[in-house]
Design a protein around this ligand. Structure first.
Ligand code: PLP
Length: 234
C-alpha cells in the first residue's frame, strides 16, 4: 500500500469513528508520526493530506527540516523533550505535545520569552500511572495549569497522553475516558495562558477508540508509513 492509500484509509476510519460518535470528522486533526521516515516519505504524507507532521527526536527533526521535509504542513514535537534541547525546538515546532514537568514548562517559557514568542504546548498526562513514563499525574493538572498561567512564554493548548500498551484497543478505553474527563473538567476553569483546545491521544492501533472517547488530535505512524525501520535512519 502506498502512503497516499494509507492516508486515505486512515481518513476514512477517522470519519467513521467521528460519525459513530456524532462528531464532525473535520474537528479531528491527523498528526503523521514521521519518526524514522525520510524527508521524501514525509513529503508524500503531506501531499496525501495529513494535517500535521509530528517528530520525536530533535536531531532527526533538524536534519529533515533542513531538507524541507515539512513544507506545507505545521510541525509538532511529539517526543520526550529534554531541557537541554528546548532551545532547538521552541519556535520551530508550532506545538510541543509532551510538556511533562514544571521545570520543562519553565525552560520552554524562558526560551520563548528570549525570542519574544509564545510557545504552544500540551501537558502530558501519565494516565496509566506508569513508573517508566513521564508526565503529570491527573491530580497534578490543576496545579500545573495554575503554575503555567504564570509563565509568560507559553500557552497551554490542551492535554496529551500515551496510555499503557494494551493487547486490544478497547482496553485503553478507561484511560481515554479518564483523559476526556480531565480535559473537560480542567477546561471549565479559566486560567491565563491556558485554552483547552486539543486532546491529543490515539495511535495506529487505537485512534478510532480515542476518537470515540473525545480525542481531537490523533498521532498515527505505522498505519500511514508501515512498520518502522530504526536501523535505516534518514
Ligand atoms: C511513534 C509515535 C506515535 C505513532 O505510533 P504508531 O503506533 O506507529 O501509530 C504516536 N505518538 C507518539 C508520541 C509516538 O512516539
Amino acid at each position: 500500500m502506498s502512503i497516499a492509500e494509507n492516508v486515505a484509509r486512515v481518513r476514512a476510519e477517522i470519519s467513521a469513528a467521528a460519525a459513530a460518535a456524532g462528531r464532525e470528522a473535520a474537528e479531528i486533526l491527523l498528526v503523521a508520526a514521521t519518526k524514522t521516515n525520510s524527508a521524501d516519505r514525509v513529503r508524500e504524507a503531506i501531499a496525501a493530506g495529513v494535517d500535521i507532521c509530528g517528530e520525536n527526536r530533535v536531531q532527526e527533526m533538524l536534519e529533515k527540516n533542513a531538507q524541507g521535509a515539512y513544507e506545507g504542513a505545521p510541525l509538532h514535537f511529539i517526543g520526550h523533550l529534554q531541557k537541554n534541547k528546548v532551545r532547538q525546538v521552541v519556535g520551530l515546532a508550532s506545538l510541543i505535545h509532551g510538556a511533562d514537568s514544571i521545570a520543562l514548562l519553565e525552560a520552554i517559557s524562558r526560551e520563548a520569552c528570549k525570542r519574544g514568542i509564545r510557545q504552544d504546548v500540551l501537558l502530558e498526562v501519565n494516565i496509566g500511572a506508569e513508573p517508566s513514563k513521564s508526565g503529570f499525574a491527573p491530580e497534578e493538572i490543576p496545579a500545573a495549569l495554575e503554575e503555567a498561567a504564570g509563565f509568560g512564554g507559553i500557552f497551554v493548548r490542551g492535554l496529551m497522553a500515551i496510555p499503557p500498551i494494551c493487547t486490544s484497543p478497547d482496553e485503553n478505553r478507561p484511560f481515554f475516558l479518564a483523559m476526556r474527563k480531565l480535559f473537560v473538567d480542567n477546561g471549565r476553569k479559566k486560567y491565563d495562558n491556558v485554552s483547552m483546545d486539543f486532546l491529543s491521544m490515539g495511535m495506529s492501533g487505537d485512534f478510532a477508540e480515542a476518537i470515540a472517547c473525545g480525542a481531537n488530535m490523533v498521532r498515527v505512524g505505522t498505519a500511514i508509513f508501515g512498520p518502522r525501520d530504526y536501523h535505516k535512519q534518514t
